[in-house]
Each structure stands twice: as C-alpha cells, then as structure tokens.
Design a protein around this ligand. Structure first.
Ligand code: AP5
Ligand code: MG
Length: 225
C-alpha cells in the first residue's frame, strides 16, 4: 500500500497552481484547499476574517500569518484530509511552512512533496491580465490560452465570468514582489528537505499536468519499494 500524498503547490501568482490543482484532485482523489479561495469566500461572506483580510488582498500583500495559520491547521486536521491533501497557496512564508510541519508532525505525518510551478514575471502578467473566473464555481479561463466557448460565460455551469479584483497590472506587480521577497525562500526550504519538485509552468496546461502526474506516480512507486 502506498503512503498518503500530502502535497503543496508552490509558485508565483498565475503560474497555474489552481489550474493544475483542479486536474490533480481528480487524478489522486485528494481534497484541495486554496487559501486564496478560502479568503475570497470569507470576504464575500463578510466574516471577521474576510473584513480583516480584504485590504491586504486588494493591494496584493499577504494576509498576516496569524490569520492564516489556524485556518490551514484546522483544515488538515479534518477527516477528509486523513489520507492526503493538496494545498494551493499555502505556505507562503517560512513561519507558515514551520507551522504546517509542526501540525503534521503532531499527527505523525509529513509533507510528501512541494510541487513548484516556475514561470517568469512577464508571462505571469500575460496570464493574469487575460484570466477570467466563474463567479459561481471559481473555474478559471484565459482569453487567449483557454477561452470559454461563449464569451463571458462559464462552459461548466453557464454562470458569468469575471476578472479578479487583484488582477490589475499594478496589483499583479506587487504580488510578484511579495512572491520574490516572502515566498521564494520556501524553494530553498523544501529543497534542503529533499521535498522540492520543479515544473516548467511555461509549457501547456496538459504538459505541466502530465509532468506533475508522472512525478507523483514515481513518488508513490519509490514509497512502495
Ligand atoms: P491566490 O488566490 O492564491 O493567488 P496567487 O497565488 O496570486 O495565485 P493565482 O490564483 O493568481 O494564480 P494560479 O497560480 O492559481 O494560476 P491559475 O491556475 O489561476 O491568493 C490571493 C491573495 O490571497 C494573495 O495575494 C494574498 O493576499 C492572499 N493569500 C492567499 N494565500 C495566502 C497565504 N497562505 N498567506 C497570506 N496571504 C494569502 O492560472 C492563471 C491563468 O493562466 C488562468 O487564466 C489560466 O487559464 C492560465 N493558465 C494556467 N496554466 C496555463 C498554461 N500552462 N498555459 C497557458 N495558460 C495557463
Ligand atoms: Mg489560484
């Protein structure tokens, strides 16, 4: 029997974390936790967390660690995560990574792999400027690379497509700066622990997906030897 897959998706904004997560959860039947989606839901609901987080998100800054860590520690403790999970957008700072490691080790578990999707800054701007998301399901499209069949309408449920508030060029540039200064140190963090797997995010969605799937299959195989 192979071990559980406790996975982290790392990478700059727009690298394709959400796009790949949607495919991988189907392949591996894992629960998918996106801190960005959780925070956007909190903002939409007007909860305490949402009220506190909104200003940071609108300007492209990170929401403070103390607001995020408990959210994700609670999430990985839930029953559906007992056999593995896919975290998208967490951790984003070294203290967040430490907190996850401690929470898992308290459960005699550990991170299986940190999947880094690499993409250069100019391509990030192209990706995010053309992104549209379904107002209902959050499903993502791109005006050039992955257009919906009918303009402005989600293929899956017919809902309206919108542009995210933080997908304006000025905010994207700040999100990139924040990524380079606060999140990129996690590349070395997971590399030192032998957990980092790198993927070229400039390839097509299908190629990136195939590469990640192959790496995870190998990981599971290594585990059974
Ligand atoms: P979050 O929602 O996580 O945003 P992000 O990290 O900036 O990443 P994105 O969701 O923008 O990009 P993605 O990598 O998922 O790309 P996607 O697949 O959509 O976070 C938002 C905010 O919440 C943060 O700024 C922060 O304020 C806060 N936050 C969240 N987590 C936090 C944490 N842990 N701590 C503190 N604060 C936190 O793809 C992008 C586009 O490209 C799409 O249009 C897609 O169709 C297209 N595309 C994807 N792959 C390809 C491909 N291979 N080829 C061509 N096009 C592609
Ligand atoms: Mg995303």
């Amino acid at each position: 029997m192979s071990r559980e897959l406790n996975l982290i998706l790392l990478g700059p904004p727009g690298a394709g974390k959400g796009t790949q997560a949607a495919r991988l959860v189907q392949d591996f039947h894992l629960p998918w936790a996106s801190t960005g989606d959780m925070l956007r839901a909190a903002v939409a609901a007007g909860s305490d967390l949402g009220v506190k987080a909104k200003g940071f998100m609108d300007s492209g800054d990170l929401v403070p660690d103390d607001l995020i860590v408990d959210l994700i520690v609670e999430r990985v403790n839930q029953a559906d995560c007992a056999d593995g999970f896919l975290l998208d957008g967490y951790p984003r700072t070294v203290p967040q990574a430490d907190a996850l490691g401690e929470a898992l080790s308290g459960l005699s578990r550990e991170v299986s792999a940190a999947l880094l999707i690499e993409l250069d800054d100019e391509e990030v701007i192209r990706r995010l400027s053309g992104r549209r998301v379904c107002v209902q399901s959050g499903h993502g499209y791109h005006l050039d690379f992955d257009p919906p069949k009918h303009e402005g309408v989600c293929d899956q449920d017919g809902s309206r497509l919108i542009q995210r508030d933080d997908d304006t060029e000025a905010v994207i540039r700040n999100r990139l700066n924040v990524y380079h200064s606060q999140t990129k140190p996690l590349v070395e963090y997971y590399e030192e622990r032998g957990l980092l797997r790198r993927f070229d995010g400039s390839r097509s969605q299908t190629e990136v997906h195939d590469h990640i799937r192959a790496a995870l299959a190998t990981l599971r195989l290594e585990d059974t030897i």
